[in-house]
Design a binder for this molecule. Structure first.
Ligand SMILES: C[S@@+](CC[C@H](N)C(=O)[O-])C[C@H]1O[C@@H](n2cnc3c(N)ncnc32)[C@H](O)[C@@H]1O
Length: 309
């Protein structure tokens, strides 16, 4: 099985068409490339682990596409949502699905070692679970430390030459308090922003109304939070999305956390898949300011000193 042949480009192009607007398409493509490379290198069936597998769209697609080189029944999906896991069991028969909290070190330790560990859109939920009723928002320091513990747990499940793939939200670099002036395209877009500012629970949103009823001024950090959630406003998914912060680490924080966990980053990219939709909602009036990168994709292995033990 060669790494980058036309067959796989064609295969994924068709298979992932329905996921075109979801950034995790990039995570699946990256994981597929790693699986093909590892299969050639190791010459034995690979074991995959997805932490926060949900309905199994990611691990299911990968196992299905690479069933000849992956051991499906030795692969594992973990999720604490029983309903999602039931769908995962139905759609990916043979995969071992474990209902539980992947931040629980005892649960993770019982799973063994894997050639590919996936954390796709899962760590931001670990961050968001640290909402403090006392503070009225997420306890950011505690939440970041919990994310890092979860990352450490995932890293500990890697075979010496295994790969960890993390795909998630990204806090923009630069001064988070930098003020941006934005203008909504119409009243409905402005009303959606109002709903966002009132109902988004993870962290307090601040903004200042401009004399122009369609314009507001707000910190860069709050703009990123708004714009990355804007695609859910007015939809049923908003009820759950409003409870979760997609942002928790900047690129520098991801790099530092990976280094602290003895993980060597081999690939890192940032991406945005919804900019066209954002442009139909809002214009950024501050000169030199741009829409943020939405997602980060990182592939890492244990650093050489850890592999040697
Ligand atoms: C946004 S979904 C992503 C699902 C899947 N990775 C995908 O991309 O299709 C995040 C999933 O992580 C699960 N999750 C979040 N925190 C978890 C935890 N601490 N333990 C187990 N599952 C968790 C949620 O229940 C949810 O199914």
């Amino acid at each position: 099985m060669s790494e980058n042949d036309g067959f796989w480009d064609f295969y994924w192009e068709h298979r992932l068409l329905p996921m075109e607007n979801l950034g995790k398409r990039a995570a699946i493509l990256a994981a597929s490339r790693l699986i093909r490379r590892q299969a050639q290198h190791l010459g034995r069936p690979l074991r995959l682990l997805e932490l926060g597998c949900g309905e199994g769209q990611v691990i299911g697609a990968l196992l299905d596409a690479h069933s000849q080189v992956c051991a499906v029944s030795d692969s594992v999906g973990v999720d604490y949502n029983a309903q999602s896991l039931a769908a995962c069991r139905r759609d990916t028969p043979g995969l071992r699905c474990i209902e539980g909290d992947f931040t629980d070190p005892h649960l993770l330790a019982s799973l063994g070692a894997f050639d590919l560990v996936l954390l796709v859109n899962a760590l931001h939920e670990v961050f968001s679970d640290c909402f403090s009723p006392r503070l009225g928002e997420i306890d950011v320091a505690a939440a970041k430390s919990r994310v890092e513990q979860a990352l450490a747990g995932a890293a500990a499940r890697l075979e010496p030459e295994g790969w960890l793939v993390v795909f998630d939200g990204l806090d923009p670099a630069g001064d988070p308090d930098r003020r941006l002036r934005i203008r909504f395209v119409d009243d409905q877009a402005r009303r959606h922003f109002e709903t966002f500012a009132q109902q988004y629970r993870p962290l307090r949103i601040t903004y200042r109304q401009d004399a122009d009823p369609l314009s507001v001024e707000l910190p860069q950090r709050d703009f990123s939070r708004f714009i990355t959630k804007s695609i859910f406003l007015g939809k049923k998914l908003w009820e759950t999305e409003r409870l979760q912060s997609y942002q928790y680490f900047t690129e520098a924080e991801y790099r530092a956390a990976f280094a602290r966990q003895g993980l060597a980053i081999a690939e890192l990219s940032t991406l945005t898949v919804n900019e066209d939709k954002w442009r139909r909602l809002v214009e950024i009036e501050t000169p030199g300011a741009a829409f943020p990168d939405e997602h980060i994709l990182i592939a890492a292995q244990q650093a050489d000193d850890r592999k040697r033990g």
